[in-house]
Ligand binder design. Structure first.
Ligand SMILES: Cc1cc2nc3c(=O)[nH]c(=O)nc-3n(C[C@H](O)[C@H](O)[C@H](O)COP(=O)(O)O)c2cc1C
Length: 174
């Protein structure tokens, strides 16, 4: 039994309720909105992780204090932008893997393709992900490129003054 402030990681998958933009048009606008909002919230709440979107499916890995992650997951489950949310893993961790990422985004065409191949899976179907595949995927994502840099509020440049910097103003932060 973990205490409410112990670090945990939790992963789940779900199916998007919106029709995704045709491939080749970059990150889907609805996914970009989710990312921008998540990055702002997660940074404040000390949550990190990675989000994947492909074939109309989401896969998300979250890490942070147990009470915060569990609370966030409960909110995410109620979000109408997706359905059939299924928790895949939840376990205590000693250290964070996404220390510097409030929510990284990696498209399936990149790292995910290699990982799926290694685990004998032809398509991105997170409902069939095994704990071993999830671990492989998460480790591979730590060093992979973020596909949604436009929505990325970090890493932030050092601020020289104590007032709000250009970067923070752009992203609506104080
Ligand atoms: C696939 C998916 C992933 C999401 N991930 C996060 C997340 O990491 N952090 C977050 O704050 N909200 C996330 N959301 C949004 C939440 O469901 C919810 O709308 C949001 O937390 C409410 O934010 P608020 O407290 O600022 O109103 C996600 C939504 C979806 C559909």
């Amino acid at each position: 039994m973990d205490s409410s402030t112990d670090l945990i990681c939790l992963s789940y998958c779900s199916t998007a309720s919106f029709a995704s933009a045709p491939r080749g048009f970059g990150v889907d606008p609805e996914v970009t909105r989710i990312l921008v909002h998540s990055r702002r919230n997660n940074k404040r709440r000390n949550v990190g992780g990675v989000l994947h979107f492909g074939n109309g499916y989401f896969f998300q890995y979250l890490e942070g204090p147990a009470d915060v992650v569990d609370g966030l997951y409960a909110r995410i489950c109620r979000d109408e932008r997706h359905h059939d949310v299924r928790r895949l893993t939840r376990r205590p961790i000693r250290t964070r893997r996404f220390e510097h990422w409030s929510m990284k985004f990696v498209a399936i065409e990149r790292i995910v393709g290699d990982v799926l191949q290694r685990h004998g899976m032809a398509q991105f179907d997170p409902y069939r992900f095994t704990p071993a595949l999830i671990d492989d995927l998460v480790v591979s994502c730590i060093h992979g490129d973020d596909d949604a840099p436009a929505a990325r509020p970090e890493p932030q440049p050092r601020q020289r003054s104590s007032g709000p910097g250009l970067w923070n103003r752009l992203f609506g932060r104080r």
